[in-house]
Design a protein around this ligand. Structure first.
Ligand SMILES: C[S@@+](CC[C@H](N)C(=O)[O-])C[C@H]1O[C@@H](n2cnc3c(N)ncnc32)[C@H](O)[C@@H]1O
Length: 183
């Protein structure tokens, strides 16, 4: 069993709980932070709540509990997410930015990036290359070298591997610490 497989098996859990655990660990070490997410809630059906994970909602709940943190979520179309968060009483905990992630990311300052936009590994690599000059922690959704249907992180893992940069894999997630620390 490879190192990655061992880690994946050890850290089984939902995506939302993984992200929130990472945010809690980051905050404990570095204090309040600014996070930017690419890809906001796009559909409110139960299927999408489960399959996409509804990270925007879970991160809003984290910010509600930790009001010193700031949260931006970027999407080509933010209307669905806007309306949904209003129904949940969470709209005030995120700055929704409508636009292309590649245009918006360079305009923001942030400590953590959560990359969850298109299932397009070239786009995610471009987002990553912008984020790596700004963020200390980058989380990429849908990274699993053993599952060909999870494409988002393919080019990012190639880049990290070829540059000998550290990262860990959690179930369907990849995490890269700019300061070289593992968790
Ligand atoms: C997988 S969904 C995001 C799911 C959301 N994070 C959740 O957990 O519910 C992907 C979203 O990325 C958006 N998207 C795709 N390409 C984008 C781009 N270049 N810039 C910004 N958003 C993009 C899509 O409109 C879609 O809403």
């Amino acid at each position: 069993m490879s190192f990655i497989q061992k880690v994946r098996h050890c850290l089984a859990g939902s995506r939302a709980s993984n992200i929130i655990r990472l945010l809690e660990q980051y905050q404990k070490k570095h204090g309040d932070f600014t996070l930017v997410e690419t890809g906001s809630i796009r559909n409110t059906s139960v299927r999408y709540q489960k399959d996409d994970g509804h990270s925007t909602k879970h991160i809003c709940e984290f910010v509600k509990r930790n009001p010193g943190c700031t949260f931006y979520s970027v999407d080509l179309e933010t209307g669905t997410c806007d309306a949904y968060l209003k129904t949940k009483g969470l709209r005030e905990y995120v700055h929704l930015v409508q636009g292309n992630s590649l245009d918006v990311l360079p305009t923001l300052d942030f400590d953590i990036a959560y990359l969850d936009s298109d299932n397009d590994s070239e786009l995610i690599l471009k987002e990553f290359m912008i984020a790596k000059n700004k963020a200390r922690l980058i989380i990429v959704d849908d990274v699993d070298p053993t599952d060909a249907s999870l494409k988002k992180g393919i080019e990012v893992t190639k880049y990290l591997d070829s540059n000998h940069l550290p990262y860990i894999l959690l179930p369907r997630q990849l995490v890269f610490w700019n300061d070289g620390q593992a968790i």
